[in-house]
Ligand binder design. Structure first.
Ligand code: OGA
Ligand code: MN
Length: 293
């Protein structure tokens, strides 16, 4: 695909990361974005799957307004504390280790968040998530993204044949920080744990490219196989799918916004010093369709 043609008066540039996915969009203020620039951003997003915008200064309303340009927003899932969302902004999910009056203000703590797709235990998972950095630790806490088009394309043919037509259960028990979701009883048997089945190989509704759709490893189960066969297949797939060459990562600076396509990427987070502060606000854009083969 060609780089978007610059529009008269636009300062927008797309700077690919040099990895297989990821690009930085420079020269835009997300609070006042011209329609032509938004169209360029959408094209770049389809091409690079994950976009980084640095140096933004957004209120929650600004973050919500920019996110809405991509589609209707989900309400944030219930936090680990049982609290639903930021007062007055039900669309904002707080990802933070900060504790105020003995209560975490957000989710995921300071530990590692393992590879996952956001909320793929829903019938129609969010199509995108956007994370905005308000406070970042001096080191650690980087977020990694893995390109699942590339992961699928690179699979050996024999493995492609083993997964063709198969459905995978996406666990609804644990979030990516390993915490049990609100209102759910912990179940550690992949055969019986709550979740939703999606095709293991999906077609992206916009790019029409094929994508390996793994969701998360814990409690995953391939329908129609014995548990041992399912575990063996998933254990073959995961290391191949998350090879370093398919990844790009962001070392956060305050003011960074990262937008990822939740249909064709997974992400994970490095742990960081629990005594430092990390505060991120996230929005999610509703999925318009169920993932389909
Ligand atoms: C998320 C998430 C990782 C991070 O917000 O969905 O996985 O780096 N966050 O905070
Ligand atoms: Mn996530």
């Amino acid at each position: 695909m060609n780089a978007p043609t610059p529009t008269a008066g636009s300062t927008l540039t797309v700077v690919p990361s040099g990895r297989l996915l990821g690009a930085e969009i420079r020269g835009v203020d997300l609070r006042s974005l011209a329609g032509a620039d938004f169209a360029s951003i959408q094209r770049a997003w389809n091409e690079h799957s994950v976009l980084l915008f640095r140096g933004q200064q957004l209120t929650d309303d600004d973050l919500i307004a920019f996110s809405r340009r991509f589609g209707e927003l989900d309400w944030a899932p219930i936090q680990e504390t049982g609290r639903r969302f930021v007062e007055g902004h039900p669309e904002i999910y707080v990802v933070s280790n900060v504790i105020v009056n003995g209560q975490p203000i957000g989710s995921l703590g300071a530990g590692e968040a393992t590879w996952h797709t956001d909320m793929s235990y829903l019938e129609a998972p969010p199509k995108a998530s956007m994370l905005y950095a308000l406070e970042v630790p001096p080191s650690g806490g980087a977020t990694y993204f893995c390109g699942m088009y590339e992961a699928y394309d690179a699979l050996p043919d024999a493995l492609k044949r083993r997964i063709e037509g198969r459905m995978l259960k996406h666990d609804g028990t644990y979030n990516s920080g390993g915490f049990v979701r609100q209102g759910v009883t912990a179940v550690d048997d992949p055969m019986t744990s709550p979740g939703v089945y999606h095709p293991l190989v999906c077609t992206h509704p916009e790019t029409r490219r094929r994508v390996l759709y793994l969701g998360r490893r814990r409690n995953a189960y391939v329908q129609g196989l014995t548990l041992a066969e399912s575990e063996a297949l998933l254990d073959d797939l995961w290391p191949l799918a998350t090879r370093d060459e398919f990844t790009w990562h962001n070392e956060w600076k305050v003011g960074d916004v990262v937008l990822w396509d939740n249909r064709c990427t997974m992400h994970r987070r490095d742990p960081f010093d629990p005594n430092s502060r990390r505060v991120m606000h996230r929005t999610q854009i509703k999925g318009e369709t169920r993932p389909t083969a």
